[in-house]
Each structure stands twice: as C-alpha cells, then as structure tokens.
Design a protein around this ligand. Structure first.
Ligand SMILES: Cc1cc2nc3c(=O)[nH]c(=O)nc-3n(C[C@H](O)[C@H](O)[C@H](O)COP(=O)(O)OP(=O)(O)OC[C@H]3O[C@@H](n4cnc5c(N)ncnc54)[C@H](O)[C@@H]3O)c2cc1C
Ligand SMILES: *[C@@H]1O[C@H](CO)[C@@H](O)[C@H](O)[C@H]1NC(C)=O
Ligand SMILES: *[C@@H]1O[C@H](CO)[C@@H](O)[C@H](O)[C@H]1NC(C)=O
Ligand SMILES: *[C@@H]1O[C@H](CO)[C@@H](O)[C@H](O)[C@H]1NC(C)=O
Ligand SMILES: *[C@@H]1O[C@H](CO)[C@@H](O)[C@H](O)[C@H]1NC(C)=O
Ligand SMILES: *[C@@H]1O[C@H](CO)[C@@H](O)[C@H](O)[C@H]1NC(C)=O
Ligand SMILES: *[C@@H]1O[C@H](CO)[C@@H](O)[C@H](O)[C@H]1NC(C)=O
Length: 465
C-alpha cells in the first residue's frame, strides 16, 4: 500500500517519482505491447478484441478476477442455472450482434428485469404497499424535451455555454417544463445511483435517450440465448489469454508527451510486479482520481479528472428471502417526491429462474462495505416479511453472491459542467498517449461500443506514429 501511495503522490518531483516507482518494478518482467488497456469491463474488453483483430498487440489490466465489469452472474450450485444479477440486456444493434458473434455467442430477444413478474410497489422503509400506484408512461412531452438536446444522445459533447436548463436537478426541470406527469424518466433505469429527483437533467436525457427508449418501450434488446451473460466475457478471456492481467492494478506509470515516448506502467499482479511498455494507453475504468492517480497525472489532467465522482451501487443474490415467488418487489416512497425510494436502500428484489433464489440492487449516498449492504438488505427483507401477504416471517435470508459497482457512472457537478469539464475531458483524448472510453460518456454497453469503435482508428493511428 505504501509504495502505491508514494508512486501516486502528485507532490513529488517527477524524477523522484519515476525512480521510486522504478524501484518496485526493478528487474520485473517486461510486457511490450502496442496498446495497454486499463479495465476489462464491457468497453475495455471490446477495445481489446477489436484492437487485436486490427493486428495490434494489447494487454489488459483488470482489477477484479474476471472480465465483464457490471455483468454479474451467479450459478446455482445444484443445477448450474445462471442467475444474472448485474447487467440485464443489450441494445439490439449491428455492433452488438457483431461483437457477440465474434465471441461465439448466440443471441435471442431480451426481456427486462421485472417482466414475467407483476411488480409490487412497496415503501421499503415501512413495508407498506403503495395503493393504486403505477409507473407513469413515457409521453410526447418527455420526447419533446429530449429532442431539444440531440447532442446528449451519443455522449456529452456539449455546446458552449451549456444550456442552464440542463443543469437543473430533474425535479426542477420537470416542474419548469410541466412534465411532472412524466416521472417515468425519474425511474429511467433502475441501475442509476442516488436520488433521481436530484440528478441533473443533462444526465437524465443522456441516460434515457432514444436508444434506451427503444430498448425499454419497443423491446429492441438482445441477450445471450443460453442465459449466461458472463459467457461472452469468459470467451473473450480465453481468446486473449495471457494478454489479460486479472486481479491486477497499476501501481505507477509514466506517459510521455510525444507518441514516440509511449507509456510505461508498473503493475501489481498476483505473481508479482510486471512492467508494461506500450505505445498507447486506453483508460476504460471509471476515470476518477482514485483510479488515475497512479498514472502520474499532470496538473491539467488532475484538474479535470478530480471533478468526476461515481455513484454508490451494489448488487447481490439472496436465497430464502421469504417473499412470495411470483412478484418482484420494487421500492417506492409513500410520501417522497415522485415516489422515489428513500436512500440508502434496496432498489428491488427480483425472483429468478431458480425458485427461492432472488437478486437485489442497492444504492447509497456514500460508500458501504459488503457486510453493511448485506445487513441492510436483511433488515429490509425482515420488514417486508412482516408486511407482504403470504411472506414467511421465519425465513432467514442467505447471501450467496455480491458485486460492488462503485464508483458507478462518474459525473461532474453543475459548476464544473458550466466551466467546461466535459469539453476539457474530450480534449484530453490522445493527450500524453492516453485515450478515455467507458461510461463517463453514455450508459449502455452497445452505445459505449459504438463510441469506442469510432475511437479505435485514432488509437491505432497514434500507435503507428
Ligand atoms: C446493475 C447494473 C445493471 C446494468 N444493466 C445494464 C443493461 O442491462 N444494459 C446496458 O447496456 N447497460 C447496463 N448497465 C450499464 C453499464 O454500466 C454499462 O453497460 C457498461 O457495463 C459500462 O462499461 P464500462 O466498460 O464503461 O465499465 P465497467 O463495466 O464498469 O468496466 C470497468 C472495469 O474496470 C475495472 N476497474 C475499475 N477500476 C480499475 C482500476 N483502478 N484498475 C484496473 N481495472 C479497474 C472494473 O473492475 C471493471 O471491470 C448496468 C449497470 C449496472 C451497475
Ligand atoms: C483473483 O482473485 C480471486 C479472489 O481472491 C481468486 O479467487 C482468483 O483465483 C484470482 N484469479 C487470478 C487469475 O489471479
Ligand atoms: C470460437 O469458436 C471457434 C471454433 O470452435 C474457436 O476456434 C474460437 O477460438 C472461438 N472463439 C472464441 C472467442 O470463443
Ligand atoms: C384505488 O383505485 C380504485 C379503482 O380506481 C378505487 O376504487 C380505490 O378507492 C382506490 N384506492 C385508493 C386507496 O385510492
Ligand atoms: C401541464 O401539462 C398538463 C398535461 O400534461 C396540462 O393538462 C396542463 O394544462 C399543463 N399546464 C401548463 C401550465 O402548461
Ligand atoms: C401468485 O400470487 C397470487 C396472489 O398475488 C396468488 O394467488 C397465487 O397463488 C401465487 N402463485 C404462486 C405460484 O405462488
Ligand atoms: C453510433 O455513433 C454514430 C456516430 O456518432 C451516431 O450517429 C449513431 O447514432 C450511434 N449509434 C448509436 C446506436 O448510438
């Protein structure tokens, strides 16, 4: 830990930093590649496979023990049945189909988390069901507002100045433009961290964009036909083999100003430190200061990335929750604005194909440990067991899988956006041989693949200079 802190300290003179960090990698194996990719989620894996197919040598540095990022799949030990408790569906787009086909995956039409189970809307703070509540539909008023901002459909390349309306919290935007009846957008995607009434309108439109509406309203989605959503990422791992360093993080790095200066990284891996010498760097992990500090940021870079912070989001699988199997249970506030759930708290409990095995999502306003998330989830279930008709109040929930999605989808605040942080972030592309992709710009994987596919030619060109 100490060496990481030293290596990432921004106050040290660059030369002193370089020599301290070089010490950790002294004599370590050297991995020489065209492109180093940080993060093996949806975007990093896409970049890795496509760069490889373009004839580039790559290495992926992934913090966790598997590829896939927000994809989370538990296998029922008795039957092997997959239970997907993270990502649920992909937008049906030629790019998605091509990527799955490249990974030998057959696809079928996807369904949304709650389909097949009638949702019950309950205030999880007291277990009381909301009477006569239903999620409002998307109406033309929302679409009219969305269509004012076409530049939010495929990223965050914002006009200058940024329209002040976009910097309003969503509840204020809804009031100002009289679309409070259209609170659907307030629940746009359940996998959004924090209180959606306080989310800036900019991010609501960027998230619940035309592509997302086609997914949610028209069902234009695909999934793995066999239901094991981790399979594409296992296949990608098999394909990339030793070019993926799992359970690994960058301890220190140096990036030159010119393409010929390239990138040098010292990586902590389960088999000791390794050096990476690469021409270009693709950063496909959340671009927050914690993740980027080891890369030897200069003042310009630090000033930009320090403006981004991700949300607090956790998911897991629980058996024996004691809830009647044929509903999903969704958290809504009895008395809150737009009936948003009170936070921190569970978003929902969903039954799965395995009887007695459920998954849950949880969002908070500050960081939580696995123990805290599971204890809070157990408390919620115990409350629901008391109030839900047909529940078994004696059932003792067992927690069998867990995933932290924190920091989820980093965003900047209104002042930083007004001051041009997204413009500055886009202008960082290629600076010091570093390229950024991933969920800073848009939410859904297929749109991220689209954005990444347009970035790759530039990265390839830079690696050939
Ligand atoms: C619960 C949930 C459900 C979702 N459902 C859907 C859905 O149904 N459809 C959809 O299209 N999108 C969905 N999303 C959105 C999802 O964020 C994107 O689709 C996509 O996964 C983002 O990909 P990414 O590569 O940018 O990020 P990630 O998938 O988060 O990948 C980042 C990777 O970087 C790794 N990493 C982090 N820090 C470091 C570090 N310091 N060093 C090395 N590696 C690091 C992480 O472990 C991770 O593997 C969902 C998100 C969540 C949280
Ligand atoms: C990664 O870490 C996990 C948890 O410690 C471990 O189970 C797994 O075997 C590790 N994988 C690799 C490739 O090191
Ligand atoms: C796809 O299948 C072919 C034929 O079996 C195999 O050679 C290839 O390695 C597989 N690729 C992936 C990514 O699974
Ligand atoms: C719910 O709706 C039904 C039918 O519209 C109505 O009869 C009933 O009074 C409503 N209940 C409450 C609590 O509003
Ligand atoms: C607000 O919208 C509703 C319908 O959504 C409409 O009935 C009402 O007249 C509108 N109010 C104003 C002030 O425009
Ligand atoms: C499903 O729930 C309804 C009540 O909402 C109940 O009547 C029915 O018996 C349940 N079915 C099963 C299989 O649990
Ligand atoms: C893919 O990117 C192109 C170019 O920016 C854009 O025009 C198109 O709408 C994007 N497609 C999707 C599905 O996001």
């Amino acid at each position: 830990m100490k060496s990481v802190a030293i290596c990432s300290s921004l106050s040290l003179a660059v030369s002193a930093l370089a020599s301290k960090c070089a010490a950790q990698c002294q004599g370590a194996e050297v991995i020489t590649r065209d492109v180093a990719i940080i993060g093996g989620g949806a975007t990093g894996t896409y970049a890795a496979i496509n760069l490889k197919d373009a004839g580039k040598s790559i290495v992926v540095v992934e913090k966790k023990g598997e590829l896939g990022g927000h994809t989370a799949t538990y296998h029922d030990p008795a039957t092997g049945t997959p239970v997907n408790y993270g990502l649920q569906v992909y937008y049906d787009h030629p790019l998605s189909r091509a990527f799955f086909s490249r990974l030998n995956i057959s696809v079928s039409q996807g369904t949304f988390p709650t389909s097949g189970h009638t949702p019950k809307y309950i205030d999880f703070t007291d277990g009381v069901e909301l009477s006569n509540y239903s999620v409002p539909g998307v109406n033309d008023d929302y679409l009219a507002e969305l269509h004012k901002y076409p530049y939010l459909e495929n990223g965050l390349e914002l006009p200058d100045p940024v329209p002040e309306d976009l910097l309003l919290p969503w509840s204020e935007y809804m009031t100002k433009f009289n679309i409070t009846d259209d609170a659907f957008a307030t629940y746009s995607r359940p996998a959004v961290a924090g209180d959606l009434t306080k989310t800036l309108a900019l991010f609501v439109f960027n998230n619940l964009n035309t592509v997302m509406l086609e997914e949610e309203i028209d069902g234009k989605t695909i999934v793995n036909a066999n239901g094991d959503y981790a399979e594409p990422f296992r296949n990608a791992l098999a394909e990339l083999g030793a070019d993926v360093l799992l359970n690994s993080t960058v301890a220190s790095g140096q990036r030159g100003a010119k393409p010929s200066d390239g990138v040098r990284l010292c990586v902590s891996t389960p088999s000791g430190s390794k050096q990476i010498v690469a021409k270009q760097l693709v950063f496909a992990a959340p671009p927050v200061l914690d993740n980027l500090a080891p890369f030897g940021l200069d003042a310009r870079e630090e000033n930009i990335v320090s403006k981004f912070a991700g949300g607090f989001y956790y998911t897991g699988v629980v058996t024996n929750p004691g809830l009647p199997q044929n509903h999903s249970y969704v958290n809504r506030g009895q008395t809150t604005e737009s009936n948003v759930a009170s936070l921190p708290g569970n978003i929902m409990f969903n039954p799965t194909a395995v009887e007695g095995t459920w998954y849950y999502w949880y969002t908070a306003l500050s960081a939580m440990t696995q123990d805290q998330v599971e204890a809070a989830t157990r408390d919620t279930l115990k409350r629901l067991q008391q109030s839900v008709a047909g529940a078994d109040a004696a059932a003792e929930p067992q927690f069998v899988a867990y995933n932290s999605h924190t920091p989820l989808h980093p965003t900047a605040d209104a002042d930083a956006i007004r001051a041009g942080v997204y413009r500055d972030m886009y202008n960082l592309q290629g600076y010091r041989n570093t390229w950024y992709t991933g969920s800073l710009m848009i939410t859904g994987s297929p749109q991220l693949w689209n954005i990444t596919s347009q970035l790759l030619p530039k990265i390839i060109a830079a690696s050939e200079q």
